[in-house]
Structure formats: structure tokens, C-alpha cells
Design a protein around this ligand. Structure first.
Ligand SMILES: Cc1ncc(COP(=O)(O)O)c(C=O)c1O
Length: 421
């Protein structure tokens, strides 16, 4: 079976832990950069190709800046994500604002930043116009409903809350055109964690055909088509990463045939991938705190689901490597747990691992997206530090660990002491 590897050694971890106690998230700069370049290369044929990194996957200014250096923009869906992007110097067309059930102030902020606004609903045309005016460039999110199968994580498109129906899109672009918009984009996002390369080619075909129909009907042309995110990652060692070259080549052929071949001018292909950009290059580093044996064997880590909740939330598989023991036989079966008072605080159930000892280094793979980002403080668990392993082997802190003071920052103990009961 193929092995999942890590770009660091036990002795590196020991020296990192002298300064930053476990647990911590460690991101691999080289891996992130090389992967970003692979994605760009797969679409090098398209003038204007850009991936807008889905900030929600791993909202950290160091990583946003690193990715901006690779030509990525930022896909934002909240005020905090807009502000974070702005604070690292990303504004204007480097931002795609793809939101839903959008608060007024977020539209106003996105408009002020000159972000590309991607509308989620027909009623948002008039809403945006009233609030901030219709920008010259604007985009709408298509929900193909029964015309496209979804996948397990995102569900069926017709049951998803996002986007316009096909009919609504015609009306939406008509209204936008009549209210002064001149430059148009078209967007969809129908899959999450999808590993089948053909899925993305099929999505592109759907959008190319739709763009041609819309432009013929309304006399508009599109400047970009945004295929959304959703490229999956091989969480399991036996899974294959998506062949990006194949995706790029398949979309290129469809672009020539369905768009250019039918008279639509050249346009830019955009994406909003998050998971595949940082996911495989982030590791949750932890140590075995206690070993327990009752009806099952438990390995209790110093990390818990507050650091990575995907296994508890979705039953998601995350591979686990015991660093320094990579070649040891997997001769003991454990539930790998955290210390949160929730029985589903388990990183793995019935996982064969080398026989563990207290203090062993346990690394949980593919934690670079929706890992720290989905962290929470329930049960008084504090979010851990985020560290970046630089290409030269050095390590820098890109987010400090929370302290008890952070946890208590929104409480007023003096007012509580004076509270008459
Ligand atoms: C609108 C939108 N764009 C992009 C993404 C990123 O998707 P992924 O991280 O699966 O590439 C998401 C989902 O998180 C999303 O909701």
C-alpha cells in the first residue's frame, strides 16, 4: 500500500516542541508552493487563469501572502475574510466575494474593496444596487439543480441552498445589464472533496454551454468562468490525488469546442480551491498523553477535536503516522482520542498502529484545510499554534496558541463579582 510521508523528522519535532509545545499545526511551505505551481501549470494555456484560495479552508495571513506570491487571489465569504485579505494587500480583482445569505455590510465592504462580487440569489441584484450600486463587473452563482449530480459532502444541487436556477440566471444577468453592469462572470460550485478529474471537466462543459446561451440571449459576453473549488485530496493512503494536468487538458478541449468554437470570445478560467491547496500540507502534531485499556484500547493525545473536528463531525478519515516508527508493524488497534468531554472526540476508531508508548509523536495528516480553521473552544479547549516549516528548514510561528486570557477576554469577572444574587 502507498505510504503517506511527512517532510520532517522526530529530531526536528523535538526541537520545535522546545519552543512550541504540542499540539500544533505545522504547514509545509515547499509542499504548498509546489502544489500551487502545479495547479497554475495545468491551466497555463488559459490567459487570466487564477485560483482564488478559499480563505475559509485555512485563514492565515502568512499563507494568504505566500499564495498571493504564487498568483492566487482570495475567495472570501465573510467580513473577517475580506478584512484579513485586505490586510495582506489583496483587494480589487484579487478578491472573489462568494457569499450567501449575505449581510448588507459585507456587500458594502466588498464593493468598497473593488472585489468581484458573486451574487447568490436573484433578489440580491436589487439588494446590492440599493446598498452600494451595481459594479461594472459582477458574477452570478449557478445552481444546476437536477442537471448535475452533486457528491456526498455537498449533497444534491437541488437541495443545496446556494445559487440561482437556470431561469433565474437569465433574469439576473438581464437586470444586471440593465442596471449598468458591463463585465460578467459565471460561477458554480457543486462538489466538495471530489477525486474524479472528469467531474471538473463536466462542470466546465455545463458552464461553457450556459455562458453561450446567456450571451446569445442577452447580448452580453463573459470575461471569466469560475468553476468553484471542490478538488478533493487523498485522505486515505490508497487514494490517488486528482490529476491536475488531466483536468486542465480536459477543460482546455471543452473550452475550445464549446465556447470558442461557438463564437464566444476568450475568457479567463477561475477556480476557488481551498482544500487541495493547503490540506495535504498541514499536519496536526501531537503526542500520546495516556494509554488506556477497558473494553477497547485507547490512545489519548494532547490534541483533541477542537484542533481538528472533521473526524468527529463527518466521520472523516485522517491518516495517522507515528513519527520515528514508520516501519514498525501495525500490531495494535486503537481508538485515538482527545480529552474533550464528547465521546466522539476521536481522531480514529479501530485504527491499527504500532504499539504506542506515552510520549510518542503522533502526526495527523491532511489537517491543512478545515483543521485549525474549524477549531473551537468548547469545554475550555484552547486553539493551538500554527507554525510554518520554511523551505530552508527553519520554522516560524504564524499564529500563536491561545491563552486562558484569550478564552476569558469576553467575560467581565468584576461585573460578575458585583452581580447581586
Ligand atoms: C463558495 C465556495 N468556494 C470555494 C470553496 C472551497 O472548496 P474546496 O475547499 O473544497 O476547494 C467552498 C467550500 O468550502 C465554497 O463554499
Amino acid at each position: 500500500m502507498p505510504q503517506k510521508t511527512v517532510p520532517f523528522t522526530v529530531s526536528q519535532l523535538e526541537s520545535i516542541a522546545q519552543r512550541w509545545p504540542t499540539p500544533f499545526h505545522l504547514y509545509d511551505e515547499r509542499g504548498i508552493r509546489e502544489n500551487a505551481r502545479r495547479l497554475n501549470r495545468a491551466f497555463a494555456w488559459n490567459r487570466g487563469f487564477r485560483n482564488y484560495f478559499a480563505v475559509k479552508a485555512c485563514p492565515n495571513p502568512f499563507l494568504l501572502k505566500l499564495l498571493a506570491g504564487e498568483g492566487f487571489g482570495a475567495d472570501c465569504s465573510s467580513m473577517a475574510e475580506l478584512v484579513m485579505s485586505e490586510r495582506v494587500g489583496l483587494t480589487g480583482s484579487a478578491i472573489m466575494f462568494t457569499s450567501n445569505d449575505t449581510p448588507a455590510e459585507e456587500f458594502v465592504k466588498a464593493r468598497a474593496m473593488g472585489a468581484v462580487i458573486n451574487l447568490d440569489d436573484l433578489s440580491h441584484v436589487a439588494f446590492l444596487d440599493r446598498l452600494a450600486g451595481i459594479p461594472e463587473q459582477v458574477c452570478c452563482r449557478y445552481n444546476p439543480g437536477p442537471l448535475k449530480g452533486g457528491n456526498a459532502i455537498i449533497g444534491k444541487p437541488e437541495e443545496a441552498k446556494y445559487g440561482f436556477t437556470r431561469l433565474q440566471l437569465f433574469e439576473g444577468y438581464r437586470q444586471l445589464r440593465d442596471r449598468g453592469a458591463k463585465r460578467f462572470g459565471l460561477h458554480t460550485m457543486v462538489a466538495s472533496n471530489e477525486l474524479n478529474p472528469q467531474y471538473f471537466v463536466d462542470t466546465a462543459c455545463l458552464l461553457f454551454d450556459l455562458a453561450v446561451d446567456l450571451s446569445r440571449e442577452l447580448g452580453i459576453t463573459f470575461e471569466f468562468i469560475n468553476l468553484g473549488g471542490g478538488i478533493g485530496i487523498p485522505y486515505r493512503p490508497e487514494q490517488q490525488a486528482v490529476d491536475l494536468e488531466r483536468v486542465g487538458a480536459g477543460i482546455r478541449a471543452a473550452y475550445q469546442e464549446r465556447l470558442i468554437g461557438r463564437g464566444h470570445p476568450e475568457l479567463a478560467i477561475n477556480m476557488e480551491c481551498g482544500r487541495m491547496v493547503t490540506g495535504p500540507y498541514g499536519y496536526l502534531v501531537s503526542r500520546v498523553r495516556h494509554l488506556k485499556e477497558t473494553y477497547k484500547k485507547y490512545a489519548g493525545l494532547d490534541a483533541c477535536m477542537a484542533n481538528l473536528m472533521r473526524p468527529a463531525l463527518y466521520g472523516a478519515y485522517h491518516h495517522i503516522t507515528v513519527i520515528g516508527r514508520e516501519n514498525a508493524p501495525l500490531d495494535t488497534v486503537y481508538d485515538v482520542t482527545g480529552s474533550l468531554c464528547e465521546n466522539n472526540d476521536k481522531f480514529a476508531i479501530d485504527r491499527p498502529l504500532p504499539t504506542l508508548a506515552v510520549g510518542d509523536w503522533v502526526v495527523i495528516h491532511d489537517a491543512g484545510a478545515h483543521g485549525h480553521a474549524m477549531g473551537f473552544q468548547y469545554n475550555g479547549k484552547l486553539r493551538s499554534a500554527e507554525l510554518l516549516l520554511r523551505e530552508d528548514g527553519s520554522v516560524i510561528e504564524i499564529r500563536r496558541a491561545e491563552t486562558m486570557d484569550d478564552y476569558f477576554a469576553t467575560l467581565d469577572f468584576a461585573a460578575a463579582a458585583a452581580f447581586p444574587v
